[in-house]
Write a protein that binds this ligand. Structure first.
Ligand code: SF4
Length: 196
């Protein structure tokens, strides 16, 4: 049992993808392999920063200040992350996270993509006291910007996810595999899972 270590938003995304990944990584301490796609995505974050400073990627708020690479850490939630970009409306005490993805926009947003921005909104609210009515995801390859309305149930989902992850870490009981077997194809733990 090791609840001292901060959770990251990657843990929350992993849990949404398949809770068993959290078990392998956080309980058995077998690190997840970094995919080529992830490496490429990291490289392109700096490109995103430059581009977005040049162009007004959120045309809705042309004059509002943006902060890049915002480090967010909450002891209360035991959660930390680095936010790609945050737009701040000081007058209304509102902030909007922008997440950058080096991919095309999927037909429907994945739960893992949604939990990421929901968690960013929760952290912004807890740490700065701003309300977060919307979040944005910019998809580089299809050059699309998605605006996501944030509800209380979205924020509750983040808290449930953190609870689910903590349960795995505390009990050390291996959770059931994902019901979407297609996800196993690209998973670095597939050989381990087949042996169980
Ligand atoms: S191989 Fe499948 S069941 Fe196993 S951890 Fe990966 S996604 Fe989950």
């Amino acid at each position: 049992m090791d609840l001292q270590q901060f959770l990251t938003i990657k843990d929350l995304m992993n849990f949404q993808y398949c809770p068993r990944i959290v078990y392998f990584e956080r309980v058995l301490k077998i690190p997840q392999a970094t995919t080529i796609k992830e490496l490429k995505g990291r490289e392109l974050h700096s490109l995103f920063n430059k581009k977005s400073k040049r162009n007004k990627i959120i045309k809705e708020f042309p004059k509002l200040p943006k902060k890049y690479g915002v480090y967010l850490e909450s002891n209360e939630l035991n959660l930390r992350t680095v936010l790609d970009c945050m737009i701040i409306n000081q007058d209304k005490k509102e902030a909007f996270p922008i997440e950058y993805k080096y991919s095309k926009k999927p037909r429907k947003l994945y739960n893992s993509q949604k939990i990421q921005v929901f968690a960013e909104c929760l952290l912004i609210n807890r740490l700065f006291g701003y309300s977060t009515p919307f979040a944005f995801i910019k998809f580089e390859q299809s050059n699309e910007l998605v605006k996501i309305k944030i509800s209380n149930s979205d924020i509750a989902k983040v808290k449930e996810t953190i609870k689910g992850i903590n349960e795995i870490i505390v009990t050390e009981i291996m959770p059931k595999p994902t019901t979407f077997s297609k996800r196993c194809k690209d998973c670095c733990y597939v050989k381990l899972c087949r042996r169980i």
